[in-house]
Ligand binder design. Structure first.
Ligand SMILES: N=CN[C@@H](CCC(=O)O)C(=O)O
Ligand SMILES: [Mn+2]
Ligand SMILES: [Mn+2]
Length: 324
């Protein structure tokens, strides 16, 4: 792996206790290859994807490269309610070197797959949304054709920009990962199963809606993705999770209203709220099929009082505590 660093345990800090009351006292920073198979009932592995090249190529605002560490700093301070039979590791960060985003995605997929092979649940912290091409391929590699994978994306955007090689003006970037996955699925003759939650009409052009239709993408528009409609939303989610064998969840922080998530490249004043995301996550986790999670697009340069990093940290906290 060309661009990997171990995580320094000092990135996790906070109040100290004698009884692991805080997450920074619970997390072990150790490369995945050095972790011995323990007797934990469940293990989570945090992975950093420190890359803003996809955002740059997509004409966005720089800063996502510092996303993983900003989330780690907020996560360490949170209370730990986990029992001893749940382990939490941080297995390091993949860095994008010399703009080689494709190599970073490859390195990430390797790390995600190694993590899953150790029976750990990977939680990847981005980085631009190009992180998804790495996380998905890591899961795919690990599963090696044993069952279908459904992608659930919490996002204002489809990220289905067409990167066809004949159009050299569009290259792989933070807006193309799911189109790339769809093309791979087509080539491998596997189904492309993609559900987007929180899509904004004012953030996706007509061609993106057309691509979504062609690829049979399921989506719930932002107007409907509200807690008041939780019964309908849960029914959609259950129908989707029931149609696949494994689920990969990706959360793009720019889908949240900028009132909650100002620290992103492309903020959403009319975005969704955390309550509907938590409710949806609960339903997804209840399916028993969730295999991997990533959180994309944190840009600490535009954050206000670390609100967006804290939101991302709380999402990680929720999943590690509530995954059944
Ligand atoms: N990952 C982000 N993708 C969005 C960015 C939108 C924007 O820059 O306004 C997209 O390409 O659609
Ligand atoms: Mn987005
Ligand atoms: Mn996105």
């Amino acid at each position: 792996m060309k661009s990997y660093s171990e995580t320094l345990s000092t990135i996790y800090f906070g109040r100290s206790s004698a009884d692991r009351l805080y997450i920074h006292e619970k997390i072990s920073c150790i490369p995945i290859t050095k972790i011995e198979t323990g007797n934990s009932k469940r293990a989570f592995s945090i992975i950093g994807y420190s890359c803003e090249e996809g955002v740059k190529r997509n004409q966005g605002r720089m800063g996502a490269v510092n996303g993983p560490d900003a989330i780690r700093k907020q996560l360490g301070k949170l209370p730990n309610h986990l029992l001893e039979d749940v382990a939490v590791y941080d297995v390091g960060t993949v860095h994008c070197m010399n703009g080689d985003m494709e190599n970073s995605q490859k390195d990430l997929s390797e790390l995600v797959s190694q993590t899953l092979n150790q029976n750990h649940f990977p939680i990847v912290l981005g980085g631009g949304h190009d992180v998804s091409y790495g996380t998905f391929n890591g899961l795919k590699e690990h599963l090696s054709n044993s069952g279908s994978i459904g992608i659930i994306n919490f996002d204002a955007h489809f990220d289905l920009r067409n990167n066809q090689p004949e159009d050299l003006t569009i290259v792989n970037n933070s807006g193309t990962p799911f189109y790339q996955i769809a093309q791979d699925c087509k080539q491998n003759e596997t189904p492309f199963k993609y559900l987007c939650l929180g899509i904004r009409k004012d953030a996706n052009d007509r061609t993106l809606f057309e691509t979504a239709k062609e690829l049979d993408v399921k989506y719930i528009m932002r107007d409907t993705f509200r807690i008041q409609f939780h019964n309908e939303i849960n029914a959609w989610i259950n129908a989707f999770t029931g149609s696949v064998d494994h689920i990969y969840v990706t959360i793009d922080l720019d889908g949240f209203s900028s009132a909650y998530a100002p620290g992103v490249s492309a903020p959403s004043p009319m975005g969704f709220t955390p309550d509907v995301v938590l409710e949806s996550l609960k339903t997804i986790m209840g399916s028993g099929k969730l295999r991997a999670l990533d959180i994309a697009e944190l840009n600490p340069d535009f954050d206000v009082d670390n609100q967006t990093a804290k939101l991302a940290a709380s999402l990680v906290h929720y999943v590690i505590h509530d995954l059944p």
